[in-house]
Design a protein around this ligand. Structure first.
Ligand code: IMP
Length: 412
């Protein structure tokens, strides 16, 4: 394919919106699928020939197309998990690994980062509810200028870098930090070599610039705009850039997306702690959780449930430069008498249509409006719900997904 289309698919709520399926739907039309942020905290679920496949780190390339996957430099990589993921796909789809290239500038998640994540979480008064995959500590070391990159693994300096980092971690956390630098070094070498044997390549965006310049690129977001470290509901966020800033950070600024599809559920979910203004508790939440299978793809945790939150979406659209909505899980709300939507927040006695800062999420009381429920997606009440979403946010809707299968999607 020689078109030059560039498109991003981002989560526009708190992650888990069903991005995997949407990316998989679009992927055959693109030469490259690029993951630009996060790490194994993500879980993108797709169904292929009736089989459920979960990508945590590898971009969700379409198995039957020729698309290739790129893991960008703003990601954090746990080579142990990456090797396992590649091995799993290779066993089912031989030759799969050779379709991926990793940027040598991506930083590594080391075993010490996973230990640190656990330790920090256990010492916090206000839990964040992290996935304990070492994401936060790996990004913290990157920003503190002591991170270790994938490209460092084959270099002799790796040993000194590991020793310095280990000494620091031990001085901070004592014997809770386990695994000597020598053990970590040999594991990194083994995992790196295993990845190379699977055919993955390591090349930067500079080396691949001519290829990218003539290619169509699909940018695969991870987590969601409201978990973005810069503009999400801080501190209850992940440590990565989840929006278009992450695409630029990876060196794709000159190949920026011209369409940004924000994936949203017809309702809302959140895993982990933090503000969730439209949260629904009790039996109603339980029913939606069961109907929607709302349990984390990465940690299996039950997801918190809430009504569609328009103030949050207005905020996400502005911060994330979102040009279209893709609504998922429409079918989960089939057959309900009524459906509520959060149309505004009341913050300190004032009505707020769009949160001004993340603090507004923390102090919001939701203003709810009840709309008619629908029997299925052909019901005019569903059309009214969509029109309401579009009218209230000023963002058009491009697609609606009405089931887990790849074909369960319709253009709007
Ligand atoms: P961390 O990314 O593991 O540091 O977790 C920080 C917060 O982001 C926690 O509330 C997690 O539950 C949430 N989080 C991280 N990754 C995902 C995801 O892929 N989907 C939904 N929530 C996520």
């Amino acid at each position: 394919m020689t078109t030059t289309r560039r498109m991003a698919v981002l989560g526009a709520q708190w992650g888990d919106e069903g991005k995997g399926k949407i990316i998989n739907y679009f992927a055959p039309q693109f030469d490259w699928v690029v993951r630009f942020s996060g790490g194994p905290n993500a879980g993108h679920t797709i169904y292929f020939q009736g089989r459920k496949l979960v990508h945590h780190v590898l971009p969700s390339i379409h198995i039957e197309s020729n698309s290739r996957g790129f893991l960008g430099s703003a990601m954090v990589l746990d080579l142990e998990k990456l090797e396992k993921e590649v091995a799993k796909f290779e066993a089912e789809f031989p030759g799969f690994g050779a379709r991926f290239t990793i940027d040598p500038d991506a930083f590594l998640i080391l075993p010490w980062h996973r230990q640190e994540d656990e330790l920090l979480e256990s010492r916090r008064k206000n839990f964040i509810g992290t996935t304990k995959r070492g994401i936060g500590p790996a990004y913290a070391d990157k920003t503190a200028r002591r991170g270790i990159r994938l490209g460092d693994v084959p270099r002799a300096e790796l040993r000194t870098q590991l020793h310095e980092l280990y000494d620091l971690k031990r001085s901070l956390y004592g014997e809770d930090i386990t695994g000597t630098p020598a053990e970590v070094e040999s594991a990194l070498h083994r995992e790196y070599e295993a990845l190379m044997r699977f055919g993955l390549s390591v090349r930067s965006t500079i080396e691949l610039r001519e290829d990218f310049a003539k290619s169509s690129i699909l940018y695969e977001g991870a987590q969601g705009m409201l978990l973005d470290v810069e503009c999400g509901t801080y501190p209850y966020v992940t440590s990565a850039l989840c929006g278009v800033a992450g695409i630029h950070a990876c060196g794709f600024g000159t190949m920026a997306p011209t369409a940004v599809h924000g994936v949203i559920k017809a309702y809302c979910t959140r895993v982990g702690e933090g503000p969730f203004p439209s949260e629904l508790l009790g039996e109603q939440a339980e029913r939606i959780r069961e109907a929607g299978g709302e349990f984390g793809a990465t940690t299996g945790r039950p997801r918190r449930i809430g009504w569609l939150d328009l103030p949050a979406l207005r905020y996400a659209a502005l911060k994330g430069a979102i040009t279209h909505w893709v609504v998922t899980k429409q079918d989960v709300l089939n057959g309900r008498g009524g459906v509520s939507v959060c149309v505004g927040y009341e913050v300190d006695g004032q009505k707020v249509d769009t949160p001004r800062t993340p603090a507004d999420f923390q102090h919001a009381t939701p203003i709810l409006k009840e709309l008619s429920g629908w029997a299925d997606r052909s019901d005019p009440s569903f059309r009214k719900f969509l029109d309401f979403l579009v009218g209230e946010t000023g963002v058009p809707c491009s697609f609606v997904s009405h089931g887990p299968g790849t074909a369960d999607i319709a253009a709007f």
